[in-house]
Design a protein around this ligand. Structure first.
Ligand code: UDP
Length: 317
């Protein structure tokens, strides 16, 4: 699906009311596409789409994609983003998480197949689990405990990748699989439980930032605009993947807490609290493939990205 085809495409986005789904919807509309969003608002929010109320090229179907998906008219591309994505959410919604990754992916692939449309799966760095290879290349097969608490998300996404490739091999559906590493920015729910919104909320309230464990575990944080640019590049270049998208700038969670305090301009300090079970020790993408195939990498610095994010939370509060 090249850039020019995107301009006239009719695109279905599952999870359109979510953090990434809504940003991708905006980018598709800017590229000239028509977008049919689908969301059951389990973790998504209509607030993320409120600016599109008068947009003729957008409509939202309030529907749970674990049930059969019906979209009238032609569909050129299905982007399957729907899923709880915060560890706190998927621990509270284990069965919904497994169902949207399995049944939801099946229905979204079926929609693509029936329409001879292309399909893009929002996969995740969680397919690598708690990695014993660092940084993680796409060839690394992962270290996931299927029956651990995070297994509900990790295995659902691993199954979703397998099903996506099965539809490609069996039915010839043109597919793309992107493995998304930690991403942050405006529209992440303040209460979603992930490190950035939690730290920003605590800093804005002047409370100490609650760091899990000793805070020496690492993540690499990608600003949402960079991530969306990478996804559009995947579509434009027709890359099948799986392909890692994320920032290569790895920081400890303590460093992240410090950076958030700097961005907010207050320094209430940190408190150490219990670490969740199976919390990965390190995470950083090997993005050689994205650089080679797409000429893409994340550019936004953490300081600038956090500044923009904090400004948005201040406005939204
Ligand atoms: N974390 C933390 N305090 C919080 C939320 C998260 O210390 O309030 C830690 C968490 O244990 C993990 C890292 O920050 O090591 C990133 O967590 P997040 O939930 O953002 O995403 P994950 O990478 O685990 O999916």
């Amino acid at each position: 699906m090249g850039g020019t085809r995107l301009a006239h495409a009719r695109v279905v986005v599952t999870g359109a009311a979510g953090f990434l789904g809504s940003h991708l919807t905006d980018a598709l509309l800017s590229a000239g596409a028509e977008v049919v969003g689908i969301d059951n608002l389990l973790t998504g929010s209509l607030d993320n789409l409120a600016h599109l109320t008068r947009e003729d090229r957008f409509r939202l179907l309030e529907h749970d994609v674990t049930g059969h998906i019906e979209v009238e008219g032609r569909v050129d591309l299905v982007l399957h983003a729907a899923s709880p994505a915060s560890p706190v959410d998927y621990l509270q919604l284990p069965i919904q998480t497994l169902k949207v990754g399995s049944l939801g992916t099946h229905n979204a692939l079926g929609l693509a197949k029936d329409n001879r449309a292309a399909f893009l799966l929002f996969s995740t760095s969680e397919v690598y689990g708690d990695p014993d290879v660092h940084p993680q290349p796409e060839t690394y097969r992962g270290n996931v405990d299927p029956v651990g608490p995070r297994g509900v998300y990790d295995e659902a996404k691993r199954f979703a990748e397998a099903l996506t490739f099965a539809y490609h091999r069996t039915h010839g559906v043109p597919v793309h699989v992107v493995r998304i590493f930690n991403t942050y920015g405006p529209r992440m729910r303040m209460e979603d439980g992930r490190a950035v919104p939690n730290f920003v909320r605590q800093a804005l309230a002047g409370e100490p930032l609650a760091v899990h464990g000793d805070g020496q575990q690492t993540r690499s944080l990608c600003y949402v605009d960079d991530l969306i640019a990478g996804m559009l590049a995947v579509l434009e270049h027709g890359v099948r993947g799986p392909i890692n998208l994320g920032s290569r700038h790895e920081v400890t969670i303590t460093q992240l807490a410090d950076a958030v305090m700097d961005a907010v301009g207050v320094h209430p300090g940190i408190v150490h609290v219990d670490r969740p079970v199976d919390d990965p020790e390190v995470r950083c993408p090997d993005t050689s493939l994205a650089r080679e195939l797409l000429g893409w990498e994340a550019h936004m610095t953490l300081a600038e990205g956090l500044e923009r994010t904090v400004a948005w939370y201040r406005r939204a509060a």
